[in-house]
Design a binder for this molecule. Sequence first.
Ligand code: PLP
Length: 399
Amino acid sequence: MAQQFLDMPNKDGYFGEYGGQIIPPELKAIMDDINASYDKVRETAAFQDELQELYADYVGRPSPIYFARRLSEKVGGAKIFFKREDLNHTGAHKINHCLGEALLAKYMGKTKVLAETGAGQHGVALAAACALVGIDCEIHMGEIDIAKEHPNVTRMKVLGCKLVPVTRGTKTLKDAVDSAFEEYVKDPVNFFYAIGSVVGPHPFPRMVRDFQSIVGIEAREQFQAKQGCLPDYLMACVGGGSNAIGLFTAFLDDENVQMIGVEPAGKGLDTPDHAATLTLGTKGGLHGFECYILQNSEGEPLPVYSIASGLDYPGVGPQHCYLKDIERVQYETIDDKECLEAFMTLSRLEGIIPALESAHAVAAAMKLAQTLPADKNILVNLSGRGDKDIDFVAEYLSL
Ligand SMILES: *Cc1c(COP(=O)(O)O)cnc(C)c1O
């Protein structure tokens, strides 16, 4: 599997010019310890067996590949297939890396796992993983998000994690990151900060990629068994980039497989209300690593926006920045309106309610399919289910 790409990042955590550890020396020592422990632990049969068993019996892996016949017929052109990460326990791909991170924290003898959450998806997956592994979990969440995301807040409480409301600043994701991070640096030797995507300082972009790569490993085998060939196109939405890199990694050496990451154009690329980091961003630093970033002239991250809160991030995983620069992956955008249309179309034609995040990839696949002949195949990563989004969409569309 894509050895040249799996050998990345280099020992300093760089994918080309992106990634690294832009952090104080005392934290660098902690991150290097996590990297070394990960290298040691991941080679052991005990860790791999435990993780593989949980993927199978707890998450329900392998997730199926589904041919969306009615959607493909309606759109016309290429066939559209879905990798059904929406069917995973807890409803999205995030459980794949949360289990890996919680297990690693346990193997390292950490006493508490910490994280921030925006819409609550990472918080729920992490709280479930920590309950299962048997380790304390503390999630920081902005007060505004707590009010908005009631079902996920309740889930986290039922799952037994400590939920810390963040009342400072914007009372949303960015301040939740600062708050969780302050708690973390109180005792980084005993605490573990579980990052929710392929972002943050080395080794997180690498570790989260490795844990998510199960998606593409399965998909490559399944698609070949089902269709007798590889897909012509892979598509996935990109916030931080974990579900996309999870699907892409196993195919990076397959020159005939084209890959497209889909960013949120929000209310339009000509407005400030989008989060199209790779499309419109410039090189900078954020949350301990170097990447493309939507920033002002002082290098501060801009307030970004997407109808899908999981895509609402001013930076992006360093490996995606590298893959864009070498032109191995193309990045496109889909706006709120196109996302909602895809959300409703998929729900009504196939009986599958996608997460608003995933609906960005579905919308891009529908656009692409129309331009292609019927013998071409598009495989979309359906990163999560849309149960969390139904009340919002019903109100927004006055259903
Ligand atoms: C969090 C989330 C995303 C965005 O995260 P990535 O790291 O970009 O994959 C996408 N889809 C769903 C369903 C999510 O919950």
